[in-house]
Write a protein that binds this ligand. Structure first.
Ligand code: PMV
Length: 318
């Protein structure tokens, strides 16, 4: 069989993380600069072998725990195959997406593996089917995920997402110049999401009110993003307001807060944490002429890795 390669992008959440777990909307966009890639090739060993050097993994499929996200997606593709069996093959996985930093590395690996293996088998899967299978793996990474990561990464388009509803794919009317800066702190989504749940159970009224405020910000941002002559200044302010609410939910950390202040002082239109928080990444919306100042300010504040990403509707057309 001919070998088959596929890749999937990273992602950032522009608005609405955490609140999205509780039914509020969120907006996420793909980030093409970082990607997970999977290549499936024939082998003559009579086994399905997984080779993922980035995480020091090389094993046979039957050596993986059935709860392992990789097992779930590979077994899921097998079950979608008419014969219900997999031919002997090597699935080689690499990724440039930082792990546990809110950029969707787990979901991107799942989507790349599903695309590569299904196309190796000659199966044509819809984006919906790919997203649904990646969601099964997400549950093992995150416990009770909203589904936003697998959705934005499977569609590779911006998405307005409400848990349990059909996602709305949309193209912003303007280019967004973003700076994505890493704190260098790994923060597993599952523990932050569980902690937020414990606090929500303790103080449901307070947390529901915060989630609703985040939902309102997200709805306003969504209408701004779809308007001709989109009001980018207001969009930036909404991002910063979203960050303030995430601070109140207690998912920020001193490093993220310092980086938000540094970005704003250096001229960013808005800045916030993105993803689960308590580490991971900050995103800043920046005027095109201000990128270098903001990058420098973030570096001085301790940012470990910085990605400058211009997101335009052209970059995802088709
Ligand atoms: O995977 P992360 O770190 O981008 O977090 C996902 C966003 C959360 O809202 C915190 C969790 C979820 O399932 O939506």
């Amino acid at each position: 069989m001919p070998s088959s390669s596929a890749s999937a992008p990273g992602k950032i959440i522009l608005f609405g993380e955490h609140a999205v777990v509780y039914g509020q909307p969120a907006i996420a966009i793909p980030v093409d600069q970082v990607r997970a890639t999977a290549t499936t090739t024939d082998n003559t060993l009579g086994i399905v072998r997984i080779i993922a050097p980035d995480i020091n993994l090389q094993c046979n499929l039957d050596q993986l725990d059935t709860n392992n996200p990789l097992f779930i997606v590979i077994d899921g593709v097998k079950n979608l195959n008419r014969t219900n069996i997999l031919p002997a093959c090597d699935i080689h996985i690499t990724s440039t997406i930082p792990i546990a930093s809110g950029m969707g590395s787990g979901a991107a690996v799942s989507v790349a593996v599903i695309r590569s293996l299904s196309s190796f088998l000659g199966l044509s899967l819809s984006d919906d089917a790919i997203s649904a299978l990646a969601f099964e793996a997400e549950k093992r990474y995150h416990g009770s995920p909203s589904g936003i990561d697998n959705t934005v990464i499977s569609y590779n388009k911006p998405v307005y997402f409400v848990r349990g509803e059909q996602p709305v794919i949309f193209l912003p009317k303007i280019s967004l110049q973003l700076v994505i800066a890493s704190t260098g702190i790994e923060s597993p989504t599952i523990s932050v999401v569980q902690d937020v749940r414990a606090r929500w159970q303790e103080k449901p009224d307070e947390y529901n009110a915060l989630f609703e405020k985040i939902g309102e910000i997200c709805k306003t941002a969504y209408s701004i993003l779809r308007e001709e002559g989109c009001d980018i200044t207001t969009l930036g302010l909404l991002m910063t307001q979203n960050h303030r609410l995430l601070q109140q939910i207690d998912v920020s950390c001193p490093e993220l807060d310092s980086m938000v202040s540094a970005a704003l002082n250096a001229g960013a239109l808005g800045a916030k944490l993105s993803g689960a928080g308590r580490g991971g990444n900050l995103i800043a919306l920046v005027p095109p002429e201000g990128v270098s100042n903001i990058v420098e300010a973030l570096r001085k504040t301790g940012a470990k890795n910085i990605i400058c990403s211009q997101f335009s509707s052209h970059s995802v057309a088709g």
